[in-house]
Design a protein around this ligand. Structure first.
Ligand code: IPM
Ligand code: MN
Length: 357
């Protein structure tokens, strides 16, 4: 067998992005040594600084290069001197859309030793995955202003749902639920009682596609009730599939019950193309360069990237080392008050991987 040699695009981005990405790459290097695969990284400086200097968010030539890569590893975008929306739209959403990363996969998993605000809930209760549609819905930005700035202003923004987009997302979620080692239950999270057109499509497709998966239990939860159950009975969930905006919202709630933004990671997946992995947290500009941010979310994102590349054993090594770091008692908190430096947490995880069996 020829040795694997992956090509990974790295976009450290803004704020604390570069710091957490550095630790993720540190971990990747140890895994590669341990598992005997090779990889090359190509770094891109897209982000707020570059935009302020050149006016460019993402170049078309880079987009073309990304299509030839095995994966993309992203830190964070968002800069205090750039108007909100420009970098989010011009970099993050553009990547998701142009590379047709139609799934946003966000595990909500409470590791042993991590504090959750949910009373009487533990790691056995908080362990589910959100499959968020990632290229449609309200994020498409179809709509416009009429009489902008006047008392008669009208602003519309439509939710776009295509049969193809909904179907491929739901099908992915069923397949994923089938492969996941839990109770084989897929919950459709929507607002079909009010969004009676767009979410009627989601319900019909869910039912139709679901017939091909007799071994998977189907459940429905309205988005408001989903938020309630995530807090009250998170153990009910195995996999949740939902539209773009609801997925965005419920995964912030998910991040909080799994211990905070310091541990939440996600993958923007194009099963037929190139996928991108990132911590869910933002660029946290006020902590830039202070070496205080916890890099575990970025490290977990690197773990997800390994799994996606087919390096399951490598991904398990990362997961095991993160679990060990979290139960070691050495990390006091997942925020900036962990008591450790960003680089020290990265070193800890890397060492645990290096000395694992
Ligand atoms: C996320 C973020 C993005 C989103 C923003 C930055 C555009 O909140 O990845 O969840 O809404 O998808
Ligand atoms: Mn979000």
């Amino acid at each position: 067998m020829t040795q694997k040699d992956y090509k990974i695009a790295v976009i450290p981005g803004d704020g604390v992005g570069p710091e957490v990405v550095r630790e993720g790459l540190k971990v990747l290097e140890v895994v590669a040594r341990k598992k005997g695969f090779k990889y090359q990284t190509v770094s891109y400086d897209f982000g707020g600084e570059r935009y302020l200097k050149t006016g460019e968010t993402l170049s078309n030539s880079a987009l073309e290069e990304f299509k030839e890569m095995d994966a993309i590893y992203l830190g964070a975008v968002g800069h205090p001197d750039v108007k909100t929306g420009i970098l989010e739209q011009g970099i993050l959403l553009k990547l998701r859309f142009e590379l047709d990363q139609y799934i946003n996969l966000r595990p909500v998993k409470l590791y042993p030793g991590v504090w959750t605000p949910l009373k009487d809930k533990g790691p056995e209760d908080i362990d589910f995955v959100v499959v968020r549609e990632n290229t449609e819905g309200l994020y498409v930005g179809v709509g416009g202003f009429f009489k902008k700035g006047t008392p008669d202003e009208i602003a519309t923004q439509e939710m776009i749902n295509t049969r193809k987009g909904v179907e491929r997302c739901i099908r992915y979620a069923f397949d994923y639920t089938g492969k996941r080692n839990k109770n084989k239950k897929l919950t459709l999270c929507d607002k079909a009682n009010v969004i009676t057109i767009a979410h009627d499509l989601w319900r019909r497709v869910f039912k139709e596609v679901g017939e091909e998966y007799p071994g998977i239990e189907k459940d429905y939860a309205l988005v408001d009730a989903t938020c309630m159950w995530m807090v009250k009975n998170p153990e009910w969930f195995d996999v949740i599939v939902t539209c773009n905006l609801f997925g965005d919202i419920i995964t912030d709630l998910g991040a909080m019950i799994q211990g905070g933004m310091g541990i939440a990671a996600g993958g923007n997946i194009n099963p037929e193309g190139v996928s991108m992995f990132e911590p869910i947290h933002g660029s946290a500009p006020k902590y830039t360069g202070k070496n205080v941010i916890n890099p575990l979310a970025a490290i977990c994102a690197a773990g997800m990237m390994l799994e996606h590349l087919g390096e399951k054993e490598g991904a398990d090594l990362v997961d095991g080392a993160v679990a060990r770091a979290l139960s070691s008692g050495r990390i006091k908190d997942l925020s900036t008050k962990s008591g450790l430096k960003t680089s020290e947490i990265g070193d800890m995880v890397a060492e645990y991987i290096a000395d694992s069996g």
